[in-house]
Design a binder for this molecule. Structure first.
Ligand code: AMP
Ligand code: TRP
Length: 332
């Protein structure tokens, strides 16, 4: 069985976009992989986080992942900063990766913006830590969004250089599982922008802890155009808001756009939005309820995450200890 590793940043309540684009996929991968999932708090502080906000967001992310169906009994869910092996291997990788490689990372350029000199050193070496996350477990498959593909190529370059420099076949090649743009959910206020937990407008997204009334209201207020729904997918061209709502519906029921339009084509948005809101409430309200239940029992949630930490350490510690031996570190 292939081992999967993936991480998600605790940067706010996850949205419907995170759910359809990433989390739901993680849940499905559990059926035929050994999965290790991680809330990456070390990555989060590459840009300053208020400590209280970070702590809250970390708990909320863990609770939502569990509520969505991540199974902490058959698989592993933990907080990145609780397993020291990530940092130990990241330091070695800081010394393996070349500055020229990091200079090509487009995410650093995007996140640092114009004021590069003022970005944290952590933001710059972020991809080395991400490589360490994966290689500390000898994971071979990594589900991520398209934007992370370049970081996985770097993780493979690091593994190859380590193996070459130390004359070993120690770190395996990893295979990205790119979660396609088909699952891309757009803002409810602007069909050309990605739905994001960092958008200033809460009306632009469905949060995974929104209650039924909030979900219905946000869908009712979602931006649309005055035309009725087309009966063929071609009719969605040039109508990004209509396309987005149809796409969300399609992703939730598991049919393509064509299937949704065969059923709802010709209807006005008033009617279609009602059907979409009902569907969303049906799928998401149980997740919100379960997340609320988990957050109301902090000791229970801590126990799950401690168990995850112990399992993660049982895999990562021997691998990282061996990497340190290969590098030439003494353990007197
Ligand atoms: P982020 O919230 O940007 O840290 O992304 C975490 C994960 O969720 C990544 O794998 C993204 O590709 C995925 N994701 C985030 N927003 C969306 C969206 N609007 N549609 C689809 N996937 C998304
Ligand atoms: N950088 C990833 C993101 O922002 C999160 C992440 C950290 C990750 N470590 C990882 C993803 C390891 C996959 C594997 O989405």
């Amino acid at each position: 069985m292939q081992r999967i590793f993936s991480g998600i940043q605790p940067s706010g309540i996850p949205t419907l976009g995170n759910y359809l684009g990433a989390i739901r996929n993680w849940v499905d991968l559990q059926a035929d992989h050994e999965c290790i999932f991680c809330v990456v708090d070390l990555h989060a502080i590459t840009v300053f986080q208020d400590p209280k906000v970070l702590a809250t967001a970390t708990r909320e992310m863990a609770a939502v992942l569990l509520a969505c169906g991540i199974d902490p009994v058959r698989h592993t869910l933990f907080l990145q900063s609780t397993v020291r092996a990530h940092l130990q291997l990241a330091w070695i990788f800081n010394c393996v990766a070349r500055i020229g490689w990091l200079n090509r990372m487009t995410q650093f350029k995007d996140k640092a913006g114009k004021d590069r000199e003022n970005a944290s050193a952590g933001l710059y070496v972020y991809p080395n830590l991400m490589a360490a996350d994966i290689h500390a477990y000898h994971a071979t498959r990594v589900p991520v969004g398209e934007d992370q593909k370049q970081h996985l190529e770097l993780a493979n370059d690091i593994a190859q250089k380590f193996n070459h420099d130390y004359g070993v076949e120690f770190f395996p090649n990893i295979e990205p599982l790119i979660l396609g743009p088909a699952a891309r959910v757009m803002s409810l206020r602007d069909g050309s922008k990605k739905m994001s937990k960092s958008d200033p407008s809460d009306q632009s997204r469905i949060n995974l802890n929104d209650d039924a009334d909030t979900i219905s209201l946000k869908i009712r207020r979602a931006k649309t155009d005055p035309e009725p729904l087309p009966s063929e997918p071609e009719g969605l061209v040039g109508r990004p808001e209509a396309r987005n709502l149809v796409g969300i519906y399609a992703a939730l029921v598991g049919t393509g756009h064509a299937g949704v339009l065969a059923e709802h084509g010709g209807k006005g948005f008033g009617q279609f939005k009602q059907a979409l809101a009902d569907l969303l409430v049906d799928k998401l309200a149980p997740i919100a309820a379960e997340a609320t239940r988990l957050l109301a029992d902090p000791a229970g949630l801590d126990a799950i995450l401690r168990q995850g930490k112990e399992r993660a350490e049982a895999i990562a510690d021997p691998i990282v200890t061996e990497a340190e031996r290969l590098v030439g570190f003494l353990r007197p």
